[in-house]
Design a protein around this ligand. Structure first.
Ligand SMILES: Cc1cc2nc3c(=O)[nH]c(=O)nc-3n(C[C@H](O)[C@H](O)[C@H](O)COP(=O)(O)OP(=O)(O)OC[C@H]3O[C@@H](n4cnc5c(N)ncnc54)[C@H](O)[C@@H]3O)c2cc1C
Length: 490
């Protein structure tokens, strides 16, 4: 039986391991940290629980497909709850807007808080984005590219033209919304990819639809339950999971994978190695030299995360909240062009205690704050984390009645921590998604060595839990085609 080693126990590594074991391979997963999940991680302190990475579960389809493909029911492993409203937006002009996947709710909210004249544009936007999502995903996202020519198929060209996929998102949104608050609301989602909405192509409007059309979900017990569900299913499929095992080198002989060497010196022999690590880091540190090492990668932005134990209640805040600064465009230019920590940051807050009361002690709240900042090729956000926190707290005092003396503790995660996790330049969202790092131009899931593959956010199709789960589908398909199915599974 062919032996596959999966390096890294992030969502991508776990899903791939389970899929390949189900296909009949013998699979060993090696994770460097004590805890599985990679960026999907949790922190527990003094009775508080925080998800420290992803907090929004969107586009359930790839997750449901994973469990279907493994002949299981998702609901036996995970209980996702739809949040309505999805989140509250705090604008600098004091408007509070509750965004929801419910059309009736949104129509009312837009008419009352913005203008009735904006309602038809919102309805057209949802219809156009829905059509785009359902055509773009099978044609561009759920596919293994073999060459840039794959983009030039008749169907692909027809879709590029029909949906104007490469038009500028920030400019095109004006055809649907004339109020700047709505323009911000319907474009900021590209920040989930660490990409500026000012520079993003229209195709990334599918993120807006994933959120405003299909809704935001939260697994009962927290985002980390997703990792527990994937770990359980992988183990049931027979995957051997070893944590605390850092891989130092992929062993390659005559251009073919032979296994991996661990930091302990142990060698684990395998015919196939799947790397769930960041791709630039893998080329720089784990694989023999190739031309890929010389490639000048462009990275996404990074994030300052604060996990705050708060003794008291801030009822103005929902489970998810977005706080826009007065000059959003300046904010974006600071992060993505000037690469400096924003003077007046926009940020996101999450209180999972709203849905999961056990996430904080009685009478307390678990306040998670995420501030987009430049990656480590720019200003060092680690050095100014306290100043940024000060600005966030000041704004929350005004918007949510936060009282500083009620802050019990603050835990910080800075770009330096993301870098220590193996993310190049501390880019929390990995490789950027500009045109030449998307679709067939994104690093392939096949390394230039036989038997070496990639899965995860920095290979195809891209960043975010749904895309990483699709990445696991794609790499399984490729391995089964190229390596062949183990005997008895054909
Ligand atoms: C702050 C933040 C917020 C986010 N919010 C959202 C959100 O709300 N919704 C969403 O869908 N996505 C969100 N994302 C993105 C999402 O977290 C990622 O796309 C996804 O988790 C990446 O999974 P992965 O499997 O590709 O890699 P990772 O999670 O990075 O896992 C890689 C694993 O490989 C291990 N590893 C690395 N090198 C080695 C080695 N040499 N040996 C052994 N093991 C190794 C690492 O320890 C890690 O466990 C967020 C990301 C961040 C950072």
């Amino acid at each position: 039986m062919a032996h596959v080693v999966v390096v890294g126990g992030g969502v991508g590594g776990l899903a791939t391991a389970a899929r390949l074991a189900q296909s009949g391979y013998r699979v060993t997963l090696l994770e460097q940290r004590a805890q599985l999940g990679g960026r999907v991680s949790e922190l527990r302190r003094d009775g508080f629980r925080f998800d420290t990475g992803p907090t929004l579960l969107m586009m359930l389809d790839p997750l449901e497909k994973l469990f279907r493909d493994l002949h299981r029911r998702l609901e036996d492993y995970l209980q996702p709850v739809l949040l309505t409203p999805s989140y509250r937006v705090f604008y600098a002009d004091a408007t509070r807007f509750d965004s929801s996947p419910c059309i009736a709710h949104m129509v009312r909210e837009i008419a009352h808080k913005i203008s009735p004249a904006e309602v038809p544009g919102y309805l057209r936007l949802m219809a156009d984005l829905s059509a785009m999502l359902h055509e773009v995903v099978p044609a561009f996202v759920r596919r293994n590219y073999r060459s840039p020519l794959d983009l030039l198929g008749a169907r692909q060209i027809a879709l590029l033209v029909k949906h104007r996929l490469l038009a500028n998102l920030y400019r095109r949104i004006r055809r649907y919304a004339s109020d700047t608050r709505l323009q911000m609301l319907f474009t900021f989602q590209t920040m989930y990819l660490g990409l500026s909405p000012l520079e993003a192509p229209w195709v990334y409007g599918i993120l807006t639809y994933m959120e405003s059309g299909e809704g935001v979900w939260f697994p009962r017990g927290g985002m980390y339950q997703l990792v527990r569900a994937l770990e359980r299913v992988a183990q049931e499929e027979g995957v051997q999971i070893r944590t605390g095992e850092r891989v130092e080198q992929v062993l390659v002989e005559a251009n073919r994978a032979k296994g991996v060497r661990l930091a302990s010196g142990e060698e684990v022999r395998a015919e196939v190695v799947v790397l769930n690590t960041d791709v630039p880091t893998a080329y720089a540190k784990l694989l023999p030299p190739t031309r890929q090492q010389q490639r000048r990668w462009r990275n996404s932005c990074s994030a300052l995360v604060f996990c705050i134990g708060y003794e008291g209640q801030m009822p103005a805040l929902l489970h998810h909240n977005v706080h826009f600064c007065a000059d959003f465009e300046r904010n974006l230019r600071e992060i993505f062009v000037q690469k400096i920590v924003p003077e007046e940051p926009s940020f996101y807050t999450c209180l999972s205690v709203r849905t999961e009361p056990s996430d904080a002690p009685e009478g307390c709240e678990n306040l998670y704050v995420l501030v987009p900042v430049p990656n480590r090729s720019g200003e060092d956000a680690h050095a100014v984390a306290d100043e940024v926190l000060e600005k966030v707290l000041y704004r929350l005092e005004r918007e949510a009645g936060l009282q500083r003396e009620r802050v019990r503790f603050v835990e910080r995660i800075t770009p330096a921590d993301w870098e220590a996790m193996g993310l190049w330049q501390g880019a929390a969202f990995g490789l950027s998604h500009d045109f030449f790092q998307s679709t067939c131009f994104r690093p392939s899931n096949r390394a230039p060595f036989e038997g070496v593959y990639f899965v995860g956010a920095s290979t195809v199709p891209g960043n975010g839990i749904p895309m990483v789960l699709i990445s696991a589908e794609l790499v399984q398909q490729r391995i089964c085609e190229e390596v062949g199915l183990p005997r008895g599974k054909g």
